[in-house]
Design a protein around this ligand. Sequence first.
Ligand SMILES: Cc1cc2nc3c(=O)[nH]c(=O)nc-3n(C[C@H](O)[C@H](O)[C@H](O)COP(=O)(O)OP(=O)(O)OC[C@H]3O[C@@H](n4cnc5c(N)ncnc54)[C@H](O)[C@@H]3O)c2cc1C
Length: 356
Amino acid sequence: MKDFDYIILGGGCAGLSLAYELDINKKLNDKTLAIVETRDSYKRDKTWSFWKVLDHSFEDCVIKSWENFSVNSKIGSVEINNKEYPYQTIDSGLFYNKILDQLKKNKNIQFFQSSDQLNLNNSIIFNSIPSKNSNLSNLWQHFKGIEIETPRDIFDDEIFNLMDFDCDQKNNVHFFYTLPFSKNKALIETTWLSNMKDETLNDYDTQLEKYIKETLKINNYKINYQEEGAIPLFYPLNKTEKNKINIGSAGGMTRLSTGYTFLNIQEHSKFIKNNIEKIENLKIYHIGKKYQFLDKIFLNVVKNNPDKMPKIFFDMFKGSSKTVIKFLSNKSNILEDLSVILKMPKLIFIKELFTK
Ligand SMILES: Cc1cc2nc3c(=O)[nH]c(=O)nc-3n(C[C@H](O)[C@H](O)[C@H](O)COP(=O)(O)OP(=O)(O)OC[C@H]3O[C@@H](n4cnc5c(N)ncnc54)[C@H](O)[C@@H]3O)c2cc1C
């Protein structure tokens, strides 16, 4: 059995972000770290996007940044401009390479494909492997995205489309999301909020093809890359033990109303780095309680009133974009929270406040 000071279970976004943060801040010069990751090799598998409300260590992995976005629904379209908080997209392939290049220089860090040879009792464990248990009535954000390339310049790459609700909702919440990386390349995603019981929602390829041909009016394109995923919109059941701290999605770093996780992972990594010497004795780090409370009501509204959601999202983005962006990125103050809440249909939200 091998002994390490720290063990990270799962070398994905959260595991590698934490290892990187510890390494570049010299917390691993005289401590050892084992990273347990099942995959054989790393390649681009996710495209992480977020409003840049705080500085992070991965500017060199950003493939595109926008100051404008739009939201479409059957009742119209809003265009939103925000220079203060640009929306950034990170290529996970660049992110993995950057971190792995850095970590391999440190002899105190070793990778393993399983924890069989490791002594798990004498280490501080950071776990990012999600627990398997989930309640089937819970909501998920599930999606497929394809990066397409067209022979001619078609896209306006100054503006991305955050949500296009002008599509079949099938009694759930459904929208398309388009990120134009250049004038002839864009990631187009079909996204659902549902409990994943209805299998007819999963014909993602047909949905994407129809949207690209009929709505975007693009007939000639090739697919360069694809990604598929399901983000749980409920808190994981991973237990926190004395020597085991959950991180990433397993550690509740996903904002339940939006699925945004990347920047929360970066903040959590910095928190652990700053407190690594006493981390076992600190309270569990979590996304602010007020967001947990408001997101719970919001998800009840999604569950019970999916048909109202396109208008709710549409109304939310009308007016001050800065306020909504800060709210969705968990950086809003109480006045900003109120201004977002006041845009919501009061009766529906009050009713859901009392739904269990
Ligand atoms: C396709 C996709 C796109 C997303 N896009 C965005 C986005 O745009 N913006 C945003 O903020 N969030 C996004 N998310 C949500 C979130 O940021 C990501 O899921 C992020 O990868 C979460 O990091 P994590 O470390 O918790 O999980 P992961 O990155 O999935 O890492 C977990 C790691 O554990 C490994 N593992 C699993 N089981 C074992 C085991 N038994 N032993 C050892 N290793 C194991 C896996 O191989 C994986 O590498 C997206 C999620 C997906 C799936």
